[in-house]
Design a protein around this ligand. Structure first.
Ligand code: FAD
Length: 307
């Protein structure tokens, strides 16, 4: 059995693995895809101390860093269920294997909900973006759209309005769902246009990058094109926690509820990064959260009676 078994091999899981291994305890890490969301990311300019890097390059660095310690890496393995019994904690993998551990750290991350319209996949990272904190500065002085009128969409529009030349906020419903205080702030900005009852139907480009967006005005059933250089999709971040339903407490959005030490509702099970309720999903935050959950797990182990 492991002392600490980490499920998820993104920035949070990698940090957790290194912190655990440095305590000299038996550490394992299971990852469906080592690197996680980093593998879908091109430029990264906000990982403090690294001026700029790319997702796959950072993944390689993380993997080398983890491999320099005594960590059992099980890549390309998907966890299917988590159980606690008198015998301790166990994880069942999709391939049928069962792994036991005295403590666990869940760091299975999240994925952005996509619009599922033509052009979105083709121009991902070429004008279609999901993270204003990450990619906002790349659109300085340009025209962008934000898709989604919930809190994240409106926050993104306010944030981007300070950087770009113009923001069009597009909401499918007849009204925005964001908090009133955010809507008031948005409405006070001179370079923002809000379109409601608007359904985005296509991300348009020149073969290399985005140059427009097509939407349908649902009140008139008419189609329109907006010329722009960027589209920020803000229609939800889905935590990869379906497999945990009924085992650890989740928020209404499916995020794992954690304490300030990374503890979940199940003793001995910790969680870190984008799959949790931690606000502001970022690489540097996930790394810090992974380190924290690992120290939390160590604290648990030295206090627990599990042999
Ligand atoms: P993830 O990176 O999502 O990793 C989750 C891990 O869990 C993966 O290894 C996955 O395979 C594994 N996993 C999931 N389910 C299972 C399962 N059932 N069993 C086993 N393993 C499982 N942040 C920044 O700070 N700067 C940026 O510039 C930036 N750009 C981004 C660009 C894009 C396109 C995207 C999508 C995200 C970007 N982010 C950026 C956000 C950043 O990537 C995330 O905040 C960060 O990767 C979260 O780390 P994590 O370890 O919590 O989760």
């Amino acid at each position: 059995a492991f002392d600490v078994l980490i499920i998820g091999g993104g920035p949070a899981g990698s940090a957790a693995a290194i912190y655990s291994a440095r305590k000299g305890i038996r550490t394992g890490i299971i990852a469906e895809r080592f690197g996680g969301q980093l593998m879908d990311t091109l430029g990264i300019e906000n990982l403090i101390s690294v001026k700029e890097t790319e997702g796959p390059k950072l993944t390689q660095a993380l993997e080398q860093n983890v491999k320099s310690y005594d960590v059992d890496i099980m890549n390309l393995q998907r966890a299917k269920a988590l159980r606690k019994s008198d015998a301790g904690l166990e994880v069942e993998l999709e391939n049928g294997a069962i792994l036991k551990s005295k403590s666990m750290i869940i760091s299975t991350g999240a994925r952005w909900r996509s619009m599922n319209v033509p052009g979105e996949d083709e121009y991902r990272n070429k004008g279609v973006a999901y993270c204003p904190h990450c990619d906002g500065p790349l659109y300085k002085g340009k025209r962008v759209a934000v898709i989604g009128g919930g809190n994240s969409g409106v926050e993104a529009a306010i944030d981007l309005a300070g950087i770009v030349s113009h923001v069009t906020l597009i909401e499918f419903d007849s009204k925005l769902r964001a908090d009133a205080v955010l809507q008031n702030k948005l409405n006070s900005l001179p370079n923002v246009t809000v379109l409601t009852s608007a359904l985005t139907t296509e991300a348009l480009g020149d073969g290399k990058k985005i140059n427009g967006l097509r939407y349908k005005d649902r009140t008139k059933d008419s189609e329109h094109v907006i010329e722009l250089e960027g589209i920020f999709v803000q229609i939800g971040l889905l935590p990869n926690t379906d497999w945990l339903k009924g085992t650890v407490d989740l928020s209404p959005r499916g995020e794992i509820l954690i304490s300030n030490k990374g503890e979940t509702s199940l003793p001995g099970v910790f969680a870190a990064g984008d799959c949790t309720t931690v606000p502001y999903k970022q690489i540097i935050i996930s790394m810090g959260e992974g380190a924290k959950a690992s120290l939390g797990a160590f604290d648990y182990l030295i206090r627990s009676s599990v042999p």
